[in-house]
Every structure is written in C-alpha cells, then in structure tokens.
Design a binder for this molecule. Structure first.
Ligand code: FAQ
Length: 308
C-alpha cells in the first residue's frame, strides 16, 4: 500500500498537477513544505519591523498612509502563509514558538537596519523586487494551498515594488542631499538583496529535491540572475549606481555578469548573527507575550459560544 501511495504522488508531480491537503504525500515532502512555508510566513511577519521603524517619522501624511498600508499587507501575507502551513498539520502557535526559540528561520534581509527614510523606498524597490522574482514562479508550486496563497501575495508585492520605486524616483528629483541618501541606501541593500535568493546552487542542499518535487520551479542562481537583469535598467532610469564593479552586460550570454555577495556574511546572518537579529526576535517575542491575553479571551469566548 505505501508503494501505491508513493506512485499516486509521483504521478501527480509528473503531471505538474497539484498536491492537495487530503492527498497522501511523503513525510519529507510535507516537512520540506512546512520548513519553507513557515520560513516564508515568518519573513513577512518579521519583515514588518524594519519598515515599521519609519511609520512615526514618514515625511508626510500621504507617505505615512502608504507605509501603514504596506506594513499591514505584510501582516496579511504572513497570515495567509500560516494558514497554508496549517493545512499540513502544524499550528500557527507552534510555528511562532519555533521562530521565537530560533529553531526556524526567516529571510536574512530583515536582519539589516533601516537607517534612513530612503530605506523605505529601497526595500520596496529591491526587497519586494527580489520577493516578486522568487514568488511569481511559486504560484505554480506543487502544493495547492501554497501556490494559491502566492497569487494575491504577488499582486500586492508588485504594488509594493512600484511604491518603492516611485518613492526613490521622487527623492532622485529632489535635492543633492536626497539623492545621496538614496545612493547610500542602495549601496547598503544591494548585496543583502542578492542574498535573499539563498546560497549558490552548488552550496544549496535543498534545491535539487525541491525542484524534483516541484516545490521550487527555478534554482537560486537562476532567480538571482533574473533579478539582476531586471534591476539594472531600473537603476539606470533612477540614476543610481549599483555597487558592483563586476556588473556588466554579457552579449554572448544575453545576461548581466555580476559579482558574488559575501557568502560568509550570509552564513553568519542566517545563523542569527545579523546586525539586528537579536532585536528582531526580542521584539517578536514581546509582541507574542503581550498578545497572550487576547488569544486567551478569544478562546474563552469561542468556548462560551459553543455551549448550547
Ligand atoms: N535567509 O538549500 P537552500 C518577503 C536557508 S520575501 C535565511 O537554498 P531552500 C516579502 C534555507 O532555509 C522573503 N535563510 O534552501 C517582504 C536553508 O536552511 P534550512 C521571504 C536562508 O529552501 C518584502 C539553507 O539556507 N521569501 O518576506 C536564505 O531550497 C518586504 C540552505 O538554503 C521566501 O521565503 C535567506 N535568504 O531555498 C516582506 C520565499 N536563503 O531551512 C516584508 C520562499 C536560504 O535547511 C517587506 N522561499 N536560507 O535550515 C524560498 O524560495 C526558498 O526557501 C529559498 C531558499 C530560495 C529562500
């Protein structure tokens, strides 16, 4: 019987069709999805902090309203993703506890500080830009609930990316001090943005199996290349320089050649040694603990409602 179950699963994967929550699936497939979806959900939730840092200091009411809406969208993305993970038999509570305990990861990018208001624009342009590059193909991932959650998330991320680009374009039409602020921000975020795609394929332990299962549709290096190719003309249009002396068009390949991020820095950040890692987790822990009474009250109310 287990062989038959495996064969049914393999047939669905071969057809590029969807695995749904009630379908039988290998335990490792389920565990890989829980790992990736939880990491993705945690990224959205932790990702609210760097930009949230500027909510009270946005330069106008309009910019404040935009930023508030964007940060709220990220909370929504986190919740859709926790719901997708719950279809695999894990609870949001359990995943949050693992995040706080440091046994589950979130994207390296959110361990860097937001030092100037231009960072709000750069995060929209480059971080949401990288997120879209990575997530559009995930709309076709083999696990149904994950793929479906990606559709709306990608629409919102595209809007976020344009918002960031528009903010930077406005600053680039401003004073020399504003232009310098944008360039300084792009200099800090470019390399961490490239790291978002994960280690080079040769050092990526999960890519091969995740591609075979149709969880990932492209490799880390393929998506990184796509992101560089997409960002170069946008940088030119903005009038900013990308801080990579090796960046140039390669007519033979039909792609840009580019330098490598500092992979030792990446590994250190992934292991919890990023400049803001401790602060991000401490903040999340406090919010979770402060919210305990709300969860208790909601459960008590639900129990009362269930009584005949
Ligand atoms: N940071 O073998 P691989 C957003 C880990 S966008 C931290 O290549 P995989 C939107 C990896 O987990 C950001 N850890 O792994 C937003 C693995 O460790 P493990 C979220 C990383 O899974 C914008 C180990 O390294 N997006 O939030 C990173 O096949 C603005 C080996 O790596 C997603 O999560 C990293 N950058 O490929 C929000 C997208 N890279 O788990 C707010 C979905 C790798 O074995 C503001 N995820 N690691 O202990 C994916 O596509 C994949 O999981 C990858 C990694 C591509 C990230």
């Amino acid at each position: 019987e287990p062989d038959e179950t495996q064969a049914a699963f393999d047939r669905i994967i071969e057809r590029h069709d969807r695995i749904e929550p009630r379908d039988a699936m290998p335990e490792k497939y389920r565990a890989t999805l829980v790992r990736q979806i939880a990491q993705h959900a945690h990224s959205e939730i932790i990702g609210m902090q760097p930009e949230g840092n500027w909510l009270t200091r946005a330069p106008s009411l309009r910019r404040k309203a935009i930023l508030l809406a964007k940060v709220q969208d990220e909370a929504g993305h986190g919740l859709y993703l926790y719901s997708a993970a719950e279809t695999l038999g894990v609870s949001r509570q359990e995943l949050t506890e693992k995040l706080i305990a440091g046994t589950q990861k979130y994207s390296s990018i959110f361990n860097y500080p937001t030092l100037s208001y231009a960072d709000v624009g750069t995060i929209g342009w480059l971080v949401d830009g990288a997120a879209i590059c990575n997530q559009v193909p995930l709309c076709r991932t083999s696990y149904g609930p994950y793929g479906r959650s990606m559709i709306r998330i990608c629409k919102e991320e595209s809007f976020h990316q344009r918002q960031g680009y528009e903010l930077l374009a406005t600053m680039m039409r401003g004073t020399p001090a504003q232009q310098e602020m944008v360039q300084e921000s792009v200099d800090r975020f470019w390399w961490p943005a490239l790291m978002m795609f994960g280690p080079p394929d040769a050092d990526s332990p999960n890519t091969e199996q995740s591609m075979a299962w149709g969880i990932k549709r492209d490799t880390n290096d393929e998506l990184r290349q796509k992101f560089v190719d997409m960002s170069v003309p946008q940088a030119e249009r903005l009038g900013v320089t990308l801080p990579d002396p090796d960046l140039r068009w390669n007519a033979e390949r039909g792609h840009h050649d580019f330098g490598q991020p500092d992979w030792d820095e990446f590994m250190a950040v992934v292991k919890g040694g990023g400049p803001c890692s401790a602060q991000r987790i401490a903040h999340r822990r406090k919010a979770h603990e402060d919210g305990a009474w709300v969860r208790e009250a909601a459960s008590a109310y639900a129990a009362k409602e269930r009584q005949p």
